[in-house]
Design a binder for this molecule. Structure first.
Ligand SMILES: NC(=O)C1=CN([C@@H]2O[C@H](COP(=O)(O)OP(=O)(O)OC[C@H]3O[C@@H](n4cnc5c(N)ncnc54)[C@H](O)[C@@H]3O)[C@@H](O)[C@H]2O)C=CC1
Ligand SMILES: O=C(O)C(=O)COP(=O)(O)O
Length: 413
């Protein structure tokens, strides 16, 4: 397959934004001079996604859209992917990298929203509110303190002590909870939080266990029947991480047997494609389970901030070539290239690539003003600033594209 080349004025760059991404993103693209912006309130069905992605230069998604290797194979013009969320597990990151496509996300902007929800869920579960709420809706008055507890002095176990987990811990301590955590990395404990001796130790000690790990092979079903059996009788489980982390049938079984006091679940192994009827889960049967439709990060504040943040990263890459904070790609932080022409060359990381690239410039007798290189094991990214006119830029780009192992070239004027 010939290397992919993209070199357009901003007005010709097609931006496809799916899943109701905040208008702040649309405004940011417009303000930067992009005019071809297509916005969809929902995810697209797979077949339509393949057709649309074939035309797009930039795509923005949230957690629903699956950008598999098969979908990315259709993305002939795509230069960048924006995940307008934290998780990037919905994108085949290796396939994107090998196609020369950097992926950006918003690692912080919705973390506070998730943390606030989890703290609220902790209080609700400890008070038995899900059942009481369900009873009241059915006309049943059940005023009782049985099984209802203050959170003060109780133990919260946080699995995954990252951006969200740490904030949950700080907020929970403000309510007087004892906080213990488990993480695979050594973490600075905030406040009076204490690391647990391991996951099993945490499960055995916590009154409420809350999960804040990413979806990785190691976290899939990390909470299954054996782990649920280790939890304190009557303890509560909260999952606002990914639906893959909990074996949902095992959780339903533990709830059916009365092993747990309750659960709050925001994310599911299979989530409906669109709003409306069609949500299936064995957990629907339990009044003591707080079910929410993956809204941990869905506040207007978070979504607006995410829109601005990810759009800025996509625009910076499109205009300037900077891949700083890309999650799958060699990171190159670049100065502005005013007065010079910038060539981007993305290639398979094989020996001799840089000398072949430089040979192109000596052959064309063009001076290099600046050169920036970063490599990953499989992919290299070189940015070359030259003192050349646009016509020379096109010739240079074509010559660079002819180097075997080239994945993508662009020229930025
Ligand atoms: N419900 C929702 O709407 C939202 C869900 N999320 C989910 O929450 C996850 C966590 O978000 P952040 O805290 O921002 O991520 P983060 O990357 O800051 O923290 C994740 C932590 O989990 C730890 N970890 C990874 N694998 C582990 C394992 N096997 N065992 C124990 N710890 C492990 C990491 O070392 C890290 O400290 C995201 O990956 C995303 O899937 C994020 C935002 C909104
Ligand atoms: O940020 C994340 O990882 C989330 O899970 C939020 O996903 P969403 O943008 O609400 O589809």
């Amino acid at each position: 397959m010939p290397p992919k080349t993209t070199s357009f004025p901003r007005q010709d760059i097609r931006v496809l934004l799916l899943e109701g991404i905040s208008q702040t993103a649309v405004e940011a693209f417009r303000a930067a001079g992009y005019t071809q912006i297509e916005w969809h309130p929902k995810a697209l069905p797979d077949a339509e996604l393949k057709t649309r992605i074939a035309e797009a230069h930039i795509i923005g998604i949230r957690s629903r859209t699956q950008l598999t290797a098969q979908v990315l194979a259709e993305a002939r013009r795509l230069i960048a992917i924006g995940c307008f969320c934290i998780g990037t597990n919905q994108v085949d990151l290796d396939a994107a990298e090998l196609a020369g496509i950097p992926v950006f996300n918003a690692p912080y902007s919705n973390t506070r929203s998730v943390a606030e929800l989890v703290v609220a869920q902790t209080v609700m579960l400890m008070r038995g509110i899900p059942q009481k709420n369900a009873d009241c809706h059915r006309g049943i008055w059940n005023k009782s303190a049985d099984g209802s507890h203050e959170v003060r002095g109780k133990t919260l176990g946080i699995v995954g002590y990252g951006h969200i987990g740490t904030q949950v811990g700080v907020l929970a301590e403000a309510l007087g909870m004892r906080v213990i955590f488990h993480d695979i990395q050594t973490k600075l404990a905030l406040g009076n939080a204490q690391p647990a001796a391991g996951l099993d130790d945490l499960l055995a000690r916590a009154d409420v266990v809350t999960l804040h790990v990413p979806d990785t092979p190691a976290t899939r079903h990390m909470i299954a029947a054996p782990q649920l059996a280790r939890m304190k009788p009557g303890a509560h489980l909260i999952n606002a991480s990914r639906g893959t982390v909990v074996d949902i049938d095992a959780l339903a079984d533990a709830l059916a047997k009365g092993r747990l006091g309750g659960a709050a679940v925001d994310v599911f192994p299979v989530e409906p494609e669109a709003n409306g009827p069609g949500f299936e889960s064995p957990l629907r049967a339990f009044d003591n389970v707080l079910l929410t439709p993956h809204v941990g990060g869905s506040t207007l504040e978070a979504q607006d901030n995410i829109g601005t943040e990810v759009a800025a990263k996509l625009i910076r890459y499109s205009d300037n070539g900077s891949t700083l904070s890309a999650v799958n790609f060699p990171e190159v932080a670049l100065p502005e290239h005013e007065g010079s022409l910038r060539l981007l060359h993305i290639h398979r990381n094989v020996p001799g690539m840089l000398s072949q690239i430089n040979e192109v410039f000596s052959r064309h007798q063009v001076n290099i003003d600046g050169q920036f290189l970063r490599t990953h094991p499989k992919v290299g990214y070189v940015v070359i600033d030259v003192n050349a006119n646009p016509a020379q830029g096109q010739l240079l780009k074509d010559a660079l594209a002819a180097i075997p192992g080239t994945l993508r070239t662009r020229v930025l004027y």
